[in-house]
Design a protein around this ligand. Structure first.
Ligand code: NDP
Length: 510
């Protein structure tokens, strides 16, 4: 798979024979520390050869017996065969969810629902290592992220919404909160378990039942979650998980037995889903793409900002809808900041997702790697200046070097399109007005970052930036109590916090 790695070796800066003492001198050349391999053991996970659909509390084959493979993107080896649901299977899952909503889940008190959610949260924590290893193997993300971010945050969402299940009358004072019914939930491959928890936890807390479709490249953590549902004795049909191609997602969206659709993924598919729902009375939340501006002012602490920029774009290989993919830096500090950034890039470790020292793992799929490669090539062709640190990429697997583009114009594709990869485009500005104008000059409006020493400037910028989430002197911070969502082509509706609960209830007068 070496051929899939970017062919930009001619531009890669050689490490040479510098010593660690040359770090941070602004010469754009740092030498990485040597790390011994520290692979996490795979023994904790027993991956089955074949997985069925999880419908009505049972593991069932697809109606026509069809399957598809899921592949480890770091090795290109198949991990398991997974059932390929047919439209009839999707309909069956919706019926199972409807039955469970009427007969068991919808009639339980909030207090009883809470017990199940607390139980799920606790089991997720108990089995966290198993989930982290499986998630890294199936998605390519580094184990330190799945272990320290994805799985703990997923459990935190269940804890948080378990707390709301018996307090809906306090969440919406003076109103009666009724469940919507059956929720069809379609999730992407960049945070498979975490997106599952963002969707399932509030839905169940509010008394809905769900049919969830994970992305085809990352079905395994959702199927392991099915095992948790059984372990927690969740009534059959409350959670149903069906695997299969995008059309199966659309079948769910258009099924008349579905009352609510929640989607996270690309803007293109989000638009199709909005059309699929149009004309019905289904509730819809869409969490779509982004092209976030991370704005660094000249009074920002530069070393801290560099860490935030790195976290903003190289976390999870940049496969993050709210990634800080456009760095807007005040012109007077552009040179030292970019030098420091180049130094820091030289220390990022790319490689085996299961190695505990890995910072950037594998790109999720061959198709995504091709998309990144094509967009990076467009950046070079349009005249931007490419920088990639020297680093050895594994011979097999879908890997891509952390990439930095300077000399970027706003018209370049790399400044306009969501790359969803470890690629940063640097632009400059002179005044706050120019920063705001450039930051908002995008079709998207999901997130943004501001780096400055001045609280007043943060408050002013937050008001003027058209983004659902604005981080100040930090980036990519998530918390189950905070709402998350976008403007413009980044979608609508909010997930997280009480806003996320609101998206799963119908409010009636007392
Ligand atoms: P998609 O939007 O195609 O996939 C997201 C989910 O939607 C998956 O479960 C997918 O299933 C499902 N899906 C696909 N087609 C349909 C359909 N017609 N109706 C209903 N559901 C459907 O994202 P991609 O995987 O194709 O990634 C493409 C680009 O989208 C990325 O490069 C990135 O820019 C962006 N993206 C944004 C994400 C975000 O969090 N905002 C997440 C993922 C991607 P299946 O996997 O079976 O195709």
């Amino acid at each position: 798979m070496a051929a899939m790695a970017t062919d930009t070796s001619a531009r890669v800066v050689p490490v040479g024979d510098r010593s660690p003492s040359s770090w941070g001198l602004g010469d754009g050349q740092a030498i990485p520390w040597e790390y011994a391999p520290a692979p996490e053991s795979r023994d904790i996970v027993a991956i089955r050869e074949r997985y069925g659909l999880f419908i009505g509390g049972r593991d069932v084959e697809a109606e026509d017996g069809g399957t598809f493979p899921t592949v480890n993107p770091a090795t290109e080896e198949p991990l398991a065969e997974v059932a390929r649901a047919t439209p009839a299977d999707a309909d069956k899952a919706v019926r199972a969810a409807r039955r469970a909503q009427r007969r068991s889940w919808g009639t339980l008190s909030g207090r009883e629902r809470a017990k199940y959610l607390f139980r799920i949260a606790r089991i997720l924590q108990e089995r966290s290592r198993e989930f982290a290893v499986l998630e890294s193997m199936d998605s390519g993300k580094p184990i330190k992220e799945s272990r320290d971010v994805d799985v703990p945050l997923a459990a935190a969402h269940f804890w948080y919404y378990a707390g709301w299940a018996d307090k809906l009358q306090y969440a919406f004072p003076g109103r009666v909160a009724r469940p919507l019914g059956v929720a069809a939930q379609i999730i992407p491959w960049n945070f498979p378990l975490l997106m599952l928890s963002w969707k399932i936890a509030p839905a169940l807390a509010a008394g809905n039942t769900v049919v969830l479709k994970p992305a085809s490249t990352t079905p395994l953590s959702a199927l392991l979650f099915a095992d948790i549902c059984r372990q927690a004795d969740l009534p059959p049909g409350v959670v149903n998980i069906i695997t299969g191609p995008g059309e199966i997602g659309m079948r769910l969206v258009t099924n008349p037995g579905v009352d609510k659709v929640a989607f996270t993924g690309s803007t293109e598919i989000g638009k199709r889903i909005a059309k699929g729902v149009a004309g019905s009375d289904k509730a819809l939340t869409l969490e779509l793409g982004g092209k976030a501006a991370n704005v660094v002012f000249d009074d920002a602490p530069l070393d801290q900002a560099v860490e935030g920029i790195v976290n903003g774009i190289y976390f999870n290989q940049g496969e993050v809808c709210c990634a800080g993919s456009r760095l807007l830096v005040q012109e007077s500090i552009a040179e030292p900041l970019i030098d420091k950034l180049k130094d820091r890039l030289g220390t990022i470790r790319v490689g085996d997702p299961l190695d505990k020292n890995t910072d950037v793992g594998a790109i999720n799929s061959r198709a995504q790697l091709e998309k990144i490669t094509e967009l990076v090539a467009s950046g070079v062709a349009e005249g931007a200046e490419l920088y990639q640190p020297a680093c050895d990429l594994p011979d097999r697997g879908y890997f891509f070097r952390p990439t930095l583009f300077t000399n970027v114009a706003q018209s370049h594709r790399i400044a306009r399109e969501e790359i969803f990869g470890p690629v940063l485009s640097v632009l400059t500005f002179r005044t706050p007005d120019e920063a705001v104008e450039k930051a908002n000059n995008t079709l998207y409006g999901l997130s943004a970052g501001i780096w400055t020493d001045k609280g007043s400037r943060i408050l002013e910028m937050v008001q003027r930036m058209k983004a659902g989430v604005v981080w100040a002197n930090t980036f990519n911070r998530f918390d189950p109590t905070s709402p998350f969502g976008g403007y413009k082509e980044s979608g609508y509706g909010r997930e997280g916090g009480m806003h996320g609960l609101h998206a799963y209830v119908r409010l009636e007068d007392r």
